[in-house]
Write a protein of this length. Structure first.
Length: 320
């Protein structure tokens, strides 16, 4: 009887200052791998310019396990670049993106794999159904962001969606065909289409270390998503400009008519200052929105690489 060929799964792990988490992650993934004896695994740790001992720990894991591979960036390029680098260098028939802090439960992986291989899905994605442990203000803004994006964008974003996702090779190739510099993976995952099965789970606390996502970083990330997948802010700016022009015209007519009837009624600089400040604020808002889009275009036309690797054991291995 002919033995069944084992399929390779590439585990992509973006890392930024995750020295304390990596051993826990590696041990937990090995336990999960034992539940999937028909598969082979490779671990692609993407060191995103970490300033602690993350790269040292990755090297230690490489020495004890040949399945562990490393791509180390020359500086911090961000998680989006790390995800792209991982998918670009993945050798597997399937690839899964996971965080090193174990907030993405490895125990879900066998179910996700069955969904893609046996149920006809192209990817299996995950979403949190609760945000226990998060600051209330952060949870509030996160939910508001997903509601807003689903209203103004053609790409559907699932509330609580994680980057934890298993993909087949066709899905991976579709993502790699998108060469844009300004990347918002949650939007790109939805934009390429294909069939996706969602798995829900309760929020899991980090196994070690601290989150690298401050409120300000999340806010900037949300702006990237809005600008990258919706032109609605431009339309809003245009509508606001048109409305303000109409309001200004009506105000001028009203003041002229009132002056002709009552006389001396157009006096008073405070009201004029308020009107000017209001209109000026609208103009600045519109210019700011345009500036965001122009800045993204500016970065795209430069044609800079999405990341620069200082060390790439995957590439070296292929050369050999």
């Amino acid at each position: 009887m002919e033995s069944k060929e084992k399929k390779l799964i590439s585990v992509i792990v973006p890392c930024y200052n995750e020295e304390q988490s990596l051993y826990y992650f590696y041990e937990e993934m090995n336990r999960t791998a034992l539940q999937m004896p028909d598969n082979l695994f490779e671990y692609l740790f993407i060191d995103d310019g970490s300033k602690d001992g993350t790269l040292t720990v990755i090297h230690e894991l490489m020495e004890k396990d040949e399945a562990v591979k490393c791509i180390s960036f020359s500086r911090n390029f961000g998680k989006e670049a790390a995800i792209y680098a991982g998918i670009s260098n993945a050798s597997g028939d399937y690839a899964v993106v996971m965080d090193a802090d174990l907030q993405d439960p490895p125990g879900l992986l066998p179910k996700m794999y069955r969904a893609v291989t046996e149920e006809g899905y192209d990817s299996a994605a995950t979403r949190r159904v609760s945000r226990k442990g998060e600051p209330p203000i952060r949870s509030l803004f996160a939910r508001a962001f997903y509601r807003l994006m689903n209203r103004i964008s053609d790409v559907e974003l699932m509330d609580g969606a994680r980057d934890y996702r298993l993909m087949n090779r066709q899905y991976m190739d579709a993502l790699l065909s998108l060469k844009e510099y300004n990347r918002f993976s949650k939007g790109l995952f939805g934009w390429v289409g294909f069939r996706t099965k969602w798995f829900e789970y309760e929020n899991v606390e980090r196994v070690a270390g601290e989150t690298k996502w401050s409120f300000w970083k999340l806010f900037k990330y949300s702006l990237d998503g809005i600008v990258g997948f919706s032109s609605t802010p431009l339309y809003i700016a245009s509508v606001l400009g048109t409305v303000m022009c109409g309001v200004a015209a009506l105000a001028i007519i009203f003041i002229v008519v009132r002056q002709l009837i009552f006389g001396g009624s157009a006096d008073g600089w405070p009201s004029m200052v308020c009107i000017l400040m209001f209109i000026g604020g609208i103009l600045l808002l519109a210019i700011g929105v345009l500036g965001l889009y122009l800045s993204k275009i500016y970065l795209e036309v430069k044609g800079r690489p999405i990341y620069i690797a200082k060390e790439n054991s995957v590439k070296n291995e292929k050369k050999e």
